[in-house]
Ligand binder design. Structure first.
Ligand SMILES: Nc1ncnc2c1ncn2[C@@H]1O[C@H](COP(=O)(O)OP(=O)(O)O)[C@@H](O)[C@H]1O
Ligand SMILES: CC(C)(COP(=O)(O)O)[C@@H](O)C(=O)NCCC(=O)O
Ligand SMILES: [K+]
Length: 264
């Protein structure tokens, strides 16, 4: 899965997610090395270091399966320039919205949102709302008939901080704090933390409450690179809401493995 910040990887054996990890965007040379690899040992370390170091729980299972080479690659992307790069890989299948069995999708819906929503619905049941705290923060919901209700898109935590740091004369770049900051800050860094975090948390709370007005028993699943931070803040601000949330890093991959038929 190619996101707007980085690449998200999963190694599948049939429908099992053996392991999952993230990397930075990668240069063409690495894609070429992947294409030429004939054994697990040949695989580019930029991609498979987590596996090759043997630190991942899935490693043993991996070594005992004999995959075909070049490795089949299922690609979903919301970054067209990166899609083009990876389409040079000889054994690539592009996953598109047509393969996701949700009803009512609009043509420009992000494939990451569609796959995450499908994965959440398959894993927990519909109706379901997915909150993706990634580069963008997105809400994407579907009803009990697996029909897209719709959603919303706003700049994620990192993007809000980067915009303030990059587009103003005297604001520094800041990173996410572990704890919910003080609301009334007395220095610049904490003022940025407070402004971005309290408004995102209030917005997320409001979207969740609105969702439960539509679907009283509706599931809510949180994913994305900043999911743990978001959940932590919500636990302080709205513990009753936080308690009812599901959290899952690999929603997109849960969605991919439930495509029927799995793309060939
Ligand atoms: N190594 C990392 N590289 C980039 N973002 C990271 C990293 N680790 C954590 N993050 C956080 O993840 C967020 C991006 O979420 P992610 O779901 O990975 O994005 P996307 O799917 O849009 O590529 C960033 O705002 C950042 O705070
Ligand atoms: C909204 C997104 C930018 C989110 O991307 P991400 O933050 O996960 O990298 C992406 O899903 C996208 O480009 N969507 C297309 C517009 C839409 O979903 O309506
Ligand atoms: K995402």
């Amino acid at each position: 899965m190619i996101g707007n910040s980085r690449l998200h990887w999963s190694w599948f054996v049939d429908k099992a997610i053996v392991c999952a990890w993230d990397t930075d965007y990668l240069p063409e040379a690495v894609i070429e090395q992947l294409a030429k690899s004939q054994t697990l040992e040949d695989l580019p370390p930029e991609i498979f270091l987590p596996i090759q170091r043997g630190r991942d729980i899935g490693t043993e299972k991996l070594i005992t399966t004999t995959p075909e080479f070049p490795l089949p690659l299922y690609l979903a992307s919301v970054v067209p320039s990166e899609t083009r790069l990876w389409q040079t890989y000889p054994n690539v299948q592009l996953i598109t919205l047509e393969q996701v069995p949700l009803e009512g999708m609009y043509p420009t819906l992000g494939i990451d949102r569609a796959l995450a929503l499908w994965g959440a619905g398959q894993n927990w049941s519909f109706p379901v709302l997915v909150i993706d705290a990634g580069t963008a923060l997105t809400f994407t919901g579907a009803d009990s008939k697996r029909c897209l209700v719709g959603g919303a898109i706003l700049p994620g935590f990192g993007l809000q901080f980067a915009t303030l740091g990059g587009r103003t004369g005297q604001l520094p770049n800041v990173t996410l704090p572990q704890q919910l900051p003080k609301r009334y800050a007395l220095n610049t860094q904490e003022a940025i933390h407070s402004g971005v975090i309290y408004t995102i948390v209030a917005g997320v709370k409001d979207f969740i409450q609105a969702w439960w007005e539509l679907f009283a028993e509706g599931n809510v699943v949180v994913t994305g690179g900043d999911r743990i931070f978001l959940l932590n803040y919500l636990q302080y601000e709205a513990p009753d809401i936080a308690e009812r949330l599901k959290i899952e890093a690999n929603l997109v991959f849960l969605g991919m493995r439930q495509l029927s038929p799995f793309p060939k």
